[in-house]
Design a protein around this ligand. Structure first.
Ligand code: ARG
Length: 264
């Protein structure tokens, strides 16, 4: 005779066989959605195209941070103005593009902790009469549209000044300087220095003006309220503390980073 207890045992053995061997119900789904990261890859040494690939300091740092955070991502080169639209419209999850953290942008976007200190530089042709930011007055000055370089020049020349020529990216602004379309270009110091270093025959010089150009900091940018920010901040902190940041910095700039300036 089959007893109730035996049936219960049989049932539980059967259940074990079904569930235990099938295996799938025990595992939690690990397939998180790939994160879309957007950039404007015309800003060497931070992000630029090399043999069809996006490379640069930002690209290496992004890789290290996402690895540390255990996040899968895809980096897309969509351009500067579209990048802001994509983050605001949430068609992208994150942007890395030498983006300066400032109060104006913080109204619309969230930022990571700072990862790079920058200031502006003026690029001119050798022998130019422009020797300081003040000398930009009355001159045609090129900037990348919608950058802090534009804001810095507007402070000197006035906001609606038609002498401020706005370009879609920094590369075309510098090309216009070479062609004589503008007399100066104002852009981020590391980018200005990189251009001069890589183009010794272009006869372009770069100089700073600490009286007129303040220091600013780059951060990764997210849609407002993004949950990614915290994960990225934690990973970025680790990457800075464990020496990976220093390695990447040395690879691209050949010098030691000033980590303390980032942590203020
Ligand atoms: N740091 C400046 C800004 O945030 C310029 C950044 C431009 N970056 C680029 N990939 N084009 O406005």
């Amino acid at each position: 005779m089959i007893k109730k207890g035996m049936i219960a045992t049989l049932v539980s053995i059967l259940m074990f066989a079904l569930v235990g061997c099938g295996g799938s119900t025990e595992k939690t789904a690990t397939t998180e959605k790939k994160i879309t990261v957007v950039t404007d890859a015309a800003f060497a040494p931070f992000e630029y195209m090399d043999k069809g690939e996006i490379v640069g300091f930002d690209v290496d740092l992004l890789k290290a941070v996402m690895e540390e955070a255990g996040l899968e991502y895809e980096l897309k080169n969509i351009g500067w103005d579209p990048l802001f639209a994509a983050i605001q419209g949430k068609t992208a999850d994150m942007a890395v593009s030498g983006i300066t953290i400032n109060d104006d942008r913080k109204k619309t976007y969230d930022f990571s902790i700072p990862y790079f200190e920058s200031t502006h530089m003026i690029l001119v042709k050798e022998g130019s009469s422009i020797k300081s930011a003040k000398d930009l007055q009355g001159k045609v000055v090129g900037v990348q549209n919608g950058t802090t370089g534009q804001t810095a020049v507007e402070k000197i020349l006035g906001k609606e000044n038609p002498n401020i020529k706005k370009f879609e990216n920094t590369v075309v602004a510098i090309m216009d300087l070479l062609n004589g379309g503008v007399e100066a270009v104002v852009t981020d110091n590391a980018v200005a220095n990189e251009y001069v270093k890589n183009n010794p025959d272009a006869k372009i010089v770069a100089f700073e003006d600490p009286e007129h150009f303040e220091s600013e900091f780059y951060g990764f940018m997210f849609p407002k309220g993004s949950e990614l920010k915290q994960k990225v901040d934690e990973a970025l902190k680790k990457v800075i503390e464990n020496g990976t940041y220093t390695e990447i910095y040395k690879k691209w700039f050949g010098t030691e980073p000033n980590i303390e300036s980032l942590q203020q």
